[in-house]
Each structure stands twice: as C-alpha cells, then as structure tokens.
Design a protein around this ligand. Structure first.
Ligand code: MG
Length: 388
C-alpha cells in the first residue's frame, strides 16, 4: 500500500472537478472587541486573526482562521509567525496536492515543519471547508453526522475587578447569553483572583456556575491553599491551575479536593491526551481547534478522552465566527464534547469579517447548517480591518 501515492486516490473530475490546490493566501486582520480583555499575561483591546484562503482548480475557495489569545504567551505561536510559516513553508508544500486528502496534507505539513500546530490548524480548517462546499454539506456530516445542534456557553469574565466582573455577569445573565462564567486569573496575586471569583459566585448565587482559569500561573502548593477557599466560596471548577507538564500534580489535586479540574494547556496532542487519561489528571479537557492542528487533530484527542472517560469542552482562543464554526462542527459531531463551550467570539467582537456571524440565544450558540464551515468572507470588511 505504501507504494500507492495519495494523488492516485484524488476525487475524480466530473461533477466535483479538480480539487488540486492552486493558491494559498493569508491576511492579518485586527478586529475591535467590545471591551478590553485581561489575560494572565496581556491585556488587549483588539484581537488579531490570520485569515487563510485556499483555492482549488475548480474554483472553490476554502476559508480558515488562525488566532492566539492576544499574543504568543500561551504557546509561543503568534499571528505573525503563523503567517510566515504558511507563506514560506506550508503553503508552497501543499500547492499542487488535492485538497480532499486532508490526511496526506497533514503528512506533508509534518514533513516540512515540526510543531506549529496553530498554523497547521488554520490550513486544516480551510480544507474541511473546501470538502464541505464541494459536497454541498456542513462539515459535521463529513465527521459522521451531528449529535447536537447547539452548545451551552461559558462566558469569560476578564475585566479584572470584582465589581466590573459582577456587572458583566449580571448583564450577560439578563440577556440570556450565559449562566456559566469563567474568571480569567493569573494577572493578579492568587489570593486576589480567588477573592474576586468568590465575590462573583456570591453575587450570582444559584443562578450561575462559576469557574476560574489561572492559566498555569499557580504552583501546586498555591493551588492546595486556594482550592479549599474556592470550594467554600462556590466555585465549581478550576481550569489548568498549575503548569501544563505537571499532570501528576493535577491528579493529586483531584484526589485531595472535591473540585472538578479542567485541563487546557496540558492537552494539545494525542500523546498528552493519553497522559491525562493514564494519570486521571482531569474531569474535563478543553479541546481547541487551534492548539491541536485543527478538526483533524482534535478528533484524535476527543476519541482518546472518550475512551478514558474524560469529558470534552469546546475551548477557544476567542476565535471569530470562522474558527468558532470549525469548533462547532467538531463539537456537533463528537459525542464526548458534553461540557458546553466558550465559543464566545461572536458576542465578544465588536465587528466580524463574515456575512453570517454565529447565532446565540437562550444561553447557547447554534451550530451552522450551511455547507462547509457555513460562513463566507465580507470582502469590504476584510479590506477595512486588514493590517497595513
Ligand atoms: Mg484555558
């Protein structure tokens, strides 16, 4: 079998036409957000995205998106390095190959560049979009069909003071956008972040589910001090309290406290998913289109988590409606993504570059049902928000 080249299996010309990739184009855009957002290591007022368009010989254009949480602090990936990686290495390597053979293209990309899962994810999304468009069906149907058509939203409270976070939680609860809230932590001292979380939990009472995400900024001893206070104070879940490599530490925290733990930075590859399962290091894992090489890599991870009895959650780097649509098609199809999502880009961005932004109602975001990703570029806006 190894002797047969993947090109020999290309979809036959005819109704579909040739899916040979002719061009890969990238644009950096900066979109305004509704309010400044405080991450563990940076505060942002606009969010940068890398938009990728992959064209095929039959004229179909697939749309992909790359995003990081406001800069390279999370994984080392940045919008600017992703653009260089695609323009100089990944794009030229895939031109001339058939867009339908996503497995082959991942093999080629892995041959050309180690790591760089964010840049590879951006291309992966565009390939699935092409395949959906050419077969005239939403991506979730290509993944075996949908088991859900909407996901409950968890909103990230990231203004940075208890008063402002409570006001935002009240507003979003009132608008029926969210009743699950995650406090972004790590920029302040652990005590201050813990007190702020407890203040929001007290204010919202039984109306809401309150969580905290220190983004690995605590060590295990600090987590042991904060967990009892968070439990007493009504916090339901802690996301990635300690360093990504300390999976055994996550498992110890789970054993010591009756607190649910979500792993995020700890799980980016199938191998790390296997580690978290082996050590029983989490109750839930945040799956993210970007951090794991797109829909393709996330499916592998989701299967491992399902086999290990760990639930999946639809995490985000504040993807716009483009990346969030990819995540929603995955979440629609994966049985194990049972813990809701934080695909809030459509609520958090003041402007978008698509004609069909995602729809939110009654604490949920809805899975798009149009062919491919289900979104198309608004070219005027793309031009307006393109970085000079
Ligand atoms: Mg996180």
């Amino acid at each position: 079998m190894d002797q047969i080249t993947p090109q020999a299996h290309a979809l036959q010309p005819g109704r579909v036409g040739s899916l040979k990739i002719t061009k890969v184009t990238t644009h950096i855009i900066d979109l305004p957000i509704v309010r400044a957002h405080q991450f563990a290591a940076t505060r942002i007022k606009t969010q940068a995205y890398l938009i990728v368009e992959i064209e095929t010989e039959n004229g179909i254009i697939g749309l992909g998106e790359g995003v990081t949480p406001g800069g390279p602090w999370w994984s080392g990936d940045s919008i600017e390095t992703m653009k260089t990686m695609i323009d100089r290495y990944l794009g030229p390597a895939i031109v001339g190959r058939s867009a339908h053979n996503i497995n082959d293209i991942h093999k080629v990309m892995n041959h050309v560049a180690a790591a760089n899962l964010f840049a590879k994810a951006t291309i992966d999304i565009a390939l699935w979009d092409i395949l959906g468009k050419v077969l005239d069906t939403p991506i979730y149907n290509l993944l075996g069909g949908a088991v859900r058509d909407k996901l409950e939203i968890s909103w990230a409270l990231a203004v940075g003071t208890a008063e402002a976070d409570i006001a935002e939680a009240e507003e979003f609860f009132e608008k029926r956008h969210a009743r699950v809230f995650k406090l972004k932590a790590g920029a302040q001292a652990p005590e201050a972040d813990t007190e702020r979380t407890i203040a929001v939990a007290k204010a919202m009472g039984t109306r809401a589910d309150i969580r905290i995400d220190p983004n690995q900024r605590w060590d295990e001893a600090t987590a042991r001090r904060m967990f009892p206070r968070l439990l007493d104070g009504g916090c339901s879940l802690v996301e990635q309290p300690i360093q990504s490599w300390n999976i055994e530490g996550l498992a110890r925290l789970r054993q010591q406290f009756n607190m649910r733990i979500m792993a995020d930075e700890s799980v980016t590859t199938p191998q790390t998913a296997l580690d978290i399962v082996r050590h029983a290091g989490a109750d839930v894992v945040a799956l993210k289109i970007m951090k794991s090489g797109g829909i393709t890599g996330n499916r592998q991870i989701s299967a491992i988590l399902e086999a290990g009895g760990i639930a999946g959650f639809g995490g985000t780097f504040l993807d716009s409606s483009i990346g969030a649509s990819a995540a929603l098609h995955l979440a629609a199809a994966e049985r194990n993504i049972t813990y809701g999502c934080e695909l809030i880009g459509g609520l958090w961005l003041a402007e978008e570059v698509v004609e069909e932004p995602l729809t939110y109602s009654d604490f949920h975001v809805h899975v798009p049902t149009r062919p491919g990703l289900g979104v198309s570029l608004d070219r005027k806006k793309l031009k307006r928000f393109s970085r000079a």
